[in-house]
Design a protein around this ligand. Structure first.
Ligand code: FES
Length: 202
């Protein structure tokens, strides 16, 4: 009989079949306006993505650890020289590193240690007109990403056009059905697609 109680925990994939320890597209760069933020869904989880007034992109879990209010409904304010996102309910402020920087209800002589309060922070990377975020398998991990961010080579800073849509699809369906990698070396090297004069493409 299989030992289902002591099965090794899965790494790199969620119970729903989403790939973790991977980079995902958060937004085209132009969608992140300085000083603003908005909510997206990533692997079934709410994430607030935004850009500080200094131009730094950030991504945090869009659930305040206090009473679960969406941080995306808050506003960005400066706190002791750094940009923070303020929760709209009780005003807790979180830095782009996910750490709590201010609780308005705390008195100056309170011994409470703010550094104990954190919201999940996703590493971000901006290149070629897009912002990517990294989803670690362990939501509490502070380790740097296990794989480098996507690198598409020397693309222009600003893409000529962007197609933006949300597909409700399992990863297998997305890769096999949408991109269908197996067709590329066959179809894209055919004479009617890519004439011999331009050379074959690997
Ligand atoms: S719910 Fe966010 S500070 Fe209370």
């Amino acid at each position: 009989m299989p030992d289902t109680q002591h099965a090794a925990p899965k790494q790199g994939i969620t119970d729903e079949g989403y790939l973790t320890d991977s980079w995902y597209l958060a937004a085209p760069s132009t969608d992140l306006v300085a000083g603003k933020q908005h909510r997206i869904m990533v692997l079934g989880e709410p994430v607030v993505v935004g850009r500080t007034p200094k131009g730094e992109p950030f991504a945090l879990r869009d659930i305040c650890p206090h009473r679960l209010v969406p941080l995306s409904a808050g506003q960005q304010l400066e706190t002791d020289g750094e940009w923070t996102l303020q929760c709209p309910y009780h005003g807790w402020r979180f830095g782009t590193d996910g750490g709590c920087k201010l609780m308005p209800s705390l008195t100056d002589d309170s011994p409470y240690d703010l550094s104990k309060v954190k919201v999940r922070r996703y590493p971000v990377h901006e290149a070629n007109g897009a912002v990517y975020l990294y989803v670690a398998h362990n939501p509490r991990s502070d380790a740097p990403p296990a794989v480098p961010p996507p690198e598409f080579g020397p693309l222009p800073d600003k893409p000529g056009f962007v197609i933006h849509d949300v597909f409700n699809a399992h990863m297998d369906d997305a890769v096999v059905g949408l991109m269908d990698p197996a067709h590329v070396p066959f179809v894209h090297n055919q004479w009617w697609w890519r004439p011999p004069s331009v050379g074959l493409k690997l």
